[in-house]
Design a protein around this ligand. Structure first.
Ligand SMILES: [Mn+2]
Length: 334
């Protein structure tokens, strides 16, 4: 377990979080490895907000930030991290900091997150598991601080909310999600262009990779589960890597009758990253917890070691257990 260093994690309210940010002046904002629209959107929106009130802040990530986020990702400040307040956004466990985990994992002063599986590794935590995206929380935070929201911040937050909700499609969308999005439309964000970049654009090399991945499809448990594999060889052949592969999980959740969509991506010798998408009564967060990962109720992940066959067996076993448990739950509630 991660919390062996006995950090006492204090839960903050939104107001206390706002106060905390106002009290400090120099910040390092950490985003999670393999960055997505929400961690980057939250990190940069917070950065732009803090700049509006004269603070110094840097946004950093263990991995290269994909070029497609260039419309809101700009240069941040140079900050001496040894003297700064360390904030993590959308980072559920310190392992998700990737290579930044060693330097910062045990000294995160404040974590702002919406993952129900948050491991409470930070000294202070503002967790809202009802929020569709960490960007939804950042919007409320900037409002609570009475900080001016500039266009860059608005674009960043819209991106995070749109990407974490599959463009306002998933079950995590609430009335509040739409209210915040509608407020962001009052800025010069060009939402249609953002959505085209995030959802309706794929490279030819990715199309080629998807063709190969579809050939690996295997069905389990009465076709309620689909498993897709992305090997290192496929990534080499097509030149696709890292963030190119985000869309594979989306394919797995789109197949008729499927309650569990598993994608397994090779990330090293005997190392695989699992992305899982589920529909009720299955629970992705619970399944991924069984194999050392975590996430949300309908979308979660884990990094697992072994051969591809061993990793497949491990994750299928976890899915099977969750199916049995949920069957028991469903029949006992009848
Ligand atoms: Mn998120």
């Amino acid at each position: 377990m991660e919390n062996t260093n006995e950090i006492i994690c204090k839960d903050l309210s939104l107001k206390e979080t706002a106060k905390f940010l106002k009290k400090h002046d120099n910040f390092v904002i950490l985003t999670h490895a393999s960055p997505d629209g929400d961690t980057l959107g939250a990190g940069y929106a917070l950065f732009y907000g803090l700049k509006e009130i004269g603070k110094i802040a840097a946004v950093i990530c263990a991995d290269v930030i994909p070029k497609k986020y260039g419309y809101f990702v700009h240069e941040t400040d140079n900050v001496d991290s040894s003297k700064a307040t360390i904030i993590a956004v959308d980072v559920a466990t310190k392992a998700l900091l990737g290579s930044l985990s060693e330097e910062f994992g045990d000294n995160v002063d404040l974590c702002i997150d919406h993952h129900i599986s948050n491991s409470r590794y930070a000294k202070n935590l503002y967790l809202d598991a009802e929020a569709s995206a960490t960007c939804e929380i950042i919007y409320e935070l900037l409002e609570c601080m009475h900080v001016n929201i500039n266009n860059n911040a608005a674009k960043a937050m819209y991106t995070g909310i749109a990407t974490d909700t599959g463009c306002f499609k998933y079950s995590n969308v609430t009335a509040k999600t739409h209210i915040i999005a509608s407020k962001l439309y009052e800025y010069d964000i060009d939402a249609a262009t953002i959505n085209k970049i995030m959802f309706d654009t794929k490279s030819r090399k990715l199309l080629e990779l998807e063709r190969m991945v579809l050939d690996t499809a295997e069905y389990h448990f009465d076709n309620k589960c689909i498993l897709l594999s992305v090997t290192a060889e496929m990534q080499e052949k097509t030149g696709c890597s890292g963030s190119d592969l985000e869309g594979i999980a989306v394919i797995s959740r789109s197949v008729e009758g499927v309650l569990a969509g598993i994608s397994i991506k090779q990330t090293g010798d005997n190392e695989y990253k699992i992305s899982l998408r589920t529909y009720p009564p299955l629970n992705a967060s619970e399944i991924c917890k069984m194999i050392g990962g975590g996430g949300h109720n309908s979308a979660a992940g884990a990094t697992v070691h072994g051969t591809l066959e061993e990793v497949k067996a491990m994750v299928l076993d976890a899915v099977k257990k969750n199916m049995e448990e949920s069957d028991a739950r469903v029949s006992s509630s009848k």
